[in-house]
Design a protein around this ligand. Structure first.
Ligand code: CDP
Length: 229
């Protein structure tokens, strides 16, 4: 059957990555976490004290950045920045607190979208982010828009951080998610909006298994439709 592109967009911590990862595994597709790319750029900018308002500094820094993904021994995709594994570092609150400001910069988006399109050339991918169905792959065969209650999202994120030995107060996580949603949805460059043909799934009262099953059901029906066309 013809391989398709599955675009999953939505607000912060709605379960996009978890759903996308599991579905990609079941389908034998490649999973690409576009948020990890923006997080890696943010990590580099912070480490090198790049002035976000200085286009020359931003352009120079972007020309020095190479982001790749490697599958580790457990079969999990990890993010590499200039050949060094930054997977753990980019998930820290310090990055979450700065990533939306970096992601709003036009030059950053142009560079990342270009790389994301190259990664998707072969199709057979599941990519999650904020502008995947609207800007990166407007021709994706299946577009999903995930939502969830803010308190459920914050609780899930707090658990994820705890598993990585980072203790962050619940209120600080709620504030961070709200702030990022606000910046991501109102920025001038490819803001987070639901693509008109995207299917919305509210994950508030749904388990990961149920989310993945729903996504796989939608994928097979999309594959059937696209094979007929
Ligand atoms: O995992 P979480 O939902 O917290 O966020 P993420 O997917 O890791 O994305 C981190 C940030 O990167 C978002 O808050 C956006 O500012 C930015 N981003 C973006 O602008 N466009 C994308 N396609 C993906 C992420």
């Amino acid at each position: 059957m013809r391989k398709i592109i599955i675009a999953i967009d939505g607000f912060s911590a709605c379960g996009k990555s978890t759903t996308a990862k599991e579905a990609a595994k079941a389908l034998g597709y490649r999973y690409i976490d576009s948020g990890a790319m923006y997080r890696a750029v943010t990590y580099y900018f912070l480490e090198h004290h790049v002035a976000l308002a200085n286009p020359k500094e931003v352009a120079k820094a972007l020309s020095e950045i190479k982001i790749t993904f490697n599958i580790n021994a457990k079969g999990v995709s990890e993010t590499f920045l200039n050949a060094s594994n930054v997977e753990k570092k980019i998930r820290k609150m310090r990055i979450s607190e700065n990533v939306s400001q970096v992601s709003a910069i036009k030059e950053v988006r142009v560079a990342m979208v270009d790389q994301q399109r190259k990664l998707g050339k072969e199709r057979g991918i599941v990519m999650d982010g904020r502008d995947i169905g609207t800007v990166v792959f407007p021709d994706a065969e299946l577009k999903i828009f995930l939502t969830a209650d803010i308190l459920v999202r914050a609780f899930r994120r707090q658990q994820e951080l705890l598993e990585k030995n980072e203790m962050v107060e619940f209120d600080a996580i709620v504030a961070n998610l709200k702030k990022r949603d606000e910046i991501d949805s109102t920025r001038a460059e490819s803001p987070l909006v639901k693509a008109s043909e995207a299917i919305e799934i509210d994950t508030t009262n749904v388990t990961i298994d149920e989310q993945v099953d729903e996504l796989l059901r939608l994928t097979f029906s999309s594959m059937l439709t696209s094979s007929k066309n």
